[in-house]
Write a protein that binds this ligand. Structure first.
Ligand SMILES: Cc1cc2nc3c(=O)[nH]c(=O)nc-3n(C[C@H](O)[C@H](O)[C@H](O)COP(=O)(O)OP(=O)(O)OC[C@H]3O[C@@H](n4cnc5c(N)ncnc54)[C@H](O)[C@@H]3O)c2cc1C
Length: 479
């Protein structure tokens, strides 16, 4: 067993309502601002905005000498935000420009992380991409990437930035898209503001800690917990692995009542998929404890995650005990909605998601600063899908069509998730796993093995991640 490491407290994954406390006013000049655009601005007729009655179309333009574009601000450049930008940019009238803001210097293809957390060497396979003007937009684009930069406050028709853009900390907008995603317990996603070096170091540390553990407890049997269990089992077949999960089967096979305006509830998952994964894991010797939870408050253990330094009795709510010296916390995502909590907590669901209607418009009281010009997509919103990359991309594309229609004075088509949103593939290492497809009137059927094998090659990084980058700079893809 390796040396003890500082343990990370294992906190329950209830959404945070804590307001952002970032008040930094760094004067770092924006590189995006320094590249001049030669685009000619055309004049819009008022009728072009006939349907956008709640949007302020007469913004107070700031700065001297800047083109008077109507800004479409996008917060978050991962799957949802970037998919939206790609779908909107080419048809957007010259009167508008997109400003895409991302706080981390890079984004990553999350599906690969389950292997990069476990298998040495996978952290340095390219599954990340820098967020920059020349990776996102073609040459001479009037649209702008601000990265690394953060939005620190949402106001009616303007946002506040951490670092200046065009000489201002404040950006006025016509529409603002919140695509701030979710945070998972460390080390599953990069911490806010993490550099690439920090992220790589975190992955290597986790690989090393898991390597030195004798018995791994995985708290939470959702897709990330299951896939990490599969990777550990394949890499270290003699290591003991136990999954503790609250539901009657792995994933989420029981019906929890359905999504509402007030509470986000994910659709239930296929019981065929749960059964197939449980069977394979059991055959590989992985222990699965269902209908139970790790008791975070009980015992001398103290609720820590990571390498514990010694074999420890971890109490479960049922009174059972699991002995482990490494705890992997995969208790789910927490929506990154603190900006909205700060601006208007009533625009959140009871479990912390941003409440949106079927055009992704934030639902808030008429006098709320969130009313009218704010939209939310992806993992941060209560839109009616699982919180997956597939759904986030579909929502980005759908919102682009909605906003395009609104700008042109047409009636937008409300969004409804397509049938493909209910397909699902969960890997167990490089040689196992299961997939289901949703067929109309029949329901879920097990998918052929080539679908699992296809995902296992590169976790669909080429198709779903690298294909999003349309800038002039070539990004080295998954190697
Ligand atoms: C380990 C793992 C494996 C997964 N596997 C799969 C899979 O196999 N298939 C699948 O479909 N889905 C998978 N998912 C889910 C998928 O990755 C997410 O659903 C998807 O990333 C959601 O995209 P998003 O753009 O909504 O949010 P995110 O990807 O969370 O991105 C949000 C972005 O917003 C930025 N941001 C946040 N706040 C601010 C701010 N104030 N200012 C500026 N920027 C900000 C963040 O830095 C981040 O880049 C997986 C997730 C994880 C963690």
């Amino acid at each position: 067993m390796g040396p003890p490491s500082p343990n990370t407290p294992l906190t329950p994954s209830t959404p945070s309502s804590a307001a952002s406390t970032s008040t930094s006013t760094s004067m770092v000049p924006s590189t995006a601002a320094s590249s001049a655009s030669t685009t000619t601005v055309t004049t819009l007729t008022t009728s072009a905005f006939a349907s956008a009655t709640t949007v302020n179309t007469t913004p107070r333009w700031q700065g001297v000498g800047f083109k008077k574009w109507k800004n479409i601000v996008v917060i978050g450049a991962s799957v949802a935000g970037h998919s939206f930008v790609n779908a909107l940019q080419h048809n957007l009238p010259m009167s508008h420009r997109i400003i895409l803001i991302e706080r981390n210097e890079f984004v990553q293809h999350a599906p690969i992380v389950v292997r990069a957390l476990v298998v040495p060497g996978w952290e340095s396979k390219n599954f990340t991409a820098p967020v920059a003007q020349d990776t996102i937009f073609p040459a001479n684009s009037r649209h702008r990437v601000l990265c690394p930069n953060s939005v620190v406050a949402l106001k009616r028709n303007h946002v506040w930035l951490e670092h200046e853009f065009e000489g201002e900390l404040e950006i006025e907008f016509e529409r603002c898209i919140i695509a701030t995603g979710a945070q998972s317990p460390a080390p599953i996603r990069p911490a806010p503001g993490a550099s690439m070096a920090d992220w790589m170091a975190g992955l290597r540390k986790t690989q090393n800690d898991i390597k030195h553990a004798e018995s791994v407890l995985i708290v939470g049997g959702g897709s990330v917990g299951i896939e990490v269990a599969g990777e550990i089992n394949e890499t270290y077949p003699r290591k003991k692995v136990t999954i503790v999960h609250w539901d009657v089967g792995l994933l989420h096979p029981s019906d929890s009542g359905g999504n509402t305006k007030h509470t986000y509830v994910p659709p239930k998952t296929s019981s065929k998929l749960s059964a197939a994964l449980q069977k394979q894991l059991a055959e590989r010797g992985v222990d699965i404890i269902l209908c139970d939870r790790v008791d975070l408050s009980a015992g001398a253990w103290g609720g820590s995650a990571g390498l514990l330094g010694e074999m420890t009795a971890i109490p479960l709510v049922s009174g059972k005990t699991v002995h482990a010296d490494y705890v992997f916390n995969s208790t789910g995502n927490r929506p990154n909605a603190s900006l909205v909590a700060q601006a208007d907590p009533d625009a959140l669901t009871t479990n912390g998601y941003i409440s949106v209607d079927d055009t992704f418009r934030v639902q808030a009281a008429p006098r709320s600063p969130m009313t009218g010009a704010y939209y939310a997509i992806g993992d941060c919103a209560n839109s009616p899908s699982w919180k997956t990359g597939v759904a986030a991309a579909a929502e980005g594309q759908a919102l682009a069509a909605i906003i395009d229609a609104q700008i042109r004075g047409n009636k937008p088509r409300p969004y409804a998730p397509s049938r493909g949103m209910r397909d699902s593939t969960v890997l167990l290492g490089s040689k196992g796993g299961a997939a289901v497809l949703r067929i109309p009137w029949i329901g879920s059927i097990r998918a052929p093995d080539f679908i699992v094998e296809g995902k296992s090659q590169d976790f669909w990084a080429g198709k779903n991640f690298f294909s999003r980058f349309h800038g002039t700079r070539r990004i080295p893809s998954f190697a």
